[in-house]
Design a protein around this ligand. Structure first.
Ligand code: PGA
Length: 259
């Protein structure tokens, strides 16, 4: 678990919560966290749809709640003829701190290849934000014993050749595809084994300092009931939470899990 690296609990709202719902959510979350507090060494980020970012920013400031602003993706180019896209620079100017790159839904639904994901990580780092790089295997890959090789490959594809300091400040989210939105989480043993393999891969790519510093989240049907045990697993430094992050009470409970 986190230790000196600290713990990062991130809410990935996907295509949920418009600007008005976002403001209401932050008020609820702030009220809950004012009572229970965010445990020392833990950080929280929320990744709403783009249109809710200004509302999130305003509500977080008004409520004085310790929540970092996150985004779910960005384009890799600085600007240009990319209808419907949002650049990393635009996000940085809004005060976004963390940007998800390579979520499996975007890899599958939007055709994001490892090369595209790498370019997005480039853009995020260029604008001094931190990537939350998503990696994970399918059920079939796990059944065939190919899970670790797949995940190591995805990590290397996005992070190889980067400065150790850049890798150290990145976040990697291990999200097995069979667990996302499925109501089924990886066991703490399986999550710990994969997160340790990811840390080992980071060491191979960027050295022991980066491996010791990089934060590795688990994602895939995390709930208040499963969070504490997962946080106790080797190398698990927090969570990327989908469904349960839409409920302020559940999200606050995950933020405090095991504390
Ligand atoms: P879930 O989503 O918690 O609803 O499984 C996690 C994610 O896709 O990031």
């Amino acid at each position: 678990m986190g230790g000196e690296r600290g713990v990062l609990v991130s809410g990935n709202w996907k295509m949920h919560q418009d600007h008005a719902e976002t403001a209401k959510f932050v008020q609820e979350l702030a009220a809950l966290l004012r009572v229970s507090g965010v445990p020392a060494g833990r950080e929280v980020s929320i990744h709403p749809p783009f249109t809710s970012l200004p509302a999130l920013q305003a509500a977080v400031e008004a409520e004085r709640v310790p929540v970092a602003i996150g985004a779910q993706t960005c384009h890799f180019a600085e600007a240009g003829a990319y209808t419907g896209e949002v650049s990393a620079q635009m996000l940085a100017r809004l005060g976004v701190a963390y940007v998800i790159a390579g979520h499996s839904e975007r890899r599958a639904q939007c055709g994001e290849t490892d090369e595209v994901v790498r370019s997005k990580v480039d853009a995020i780092c260029r604008h001094e934000m931190r990537p939350v790089l998503c990696v994970g295997e399918t059920a079939g890959e796990r059944r065939h014993g190919a899970a670790v090789a797949k995940v190591r490959w995805q990590v290397a594809a996005a992070l190889a050749g980067r400065a150790a300091g850049t890798v150290a400040s990145a976040v990697i989210a291990y999200e097995p595809l069979w667990a996302i939105g499925a109501g089924q989480t990886a066991t703490p043993g399986d999550a710990g084994e994969m997160c340790s393999a990811i840390r080992d891969e980071v060491g191979r790519l960027a050295g022991p300092g980066a491996a010791a510093a990089v934060r590795i989240q688990y994602g895939g049907s995390v709930t208040p009931a499963t969070a504490a045990a997962l946080l106790g697993a080797d190398s698990v430094d927090g969570f990327l939470v989908g469904g349960a992050s839409l409920d302020a009470g559940q999200f606050a409970a995950i933020v405090r899990a095991g504390a």
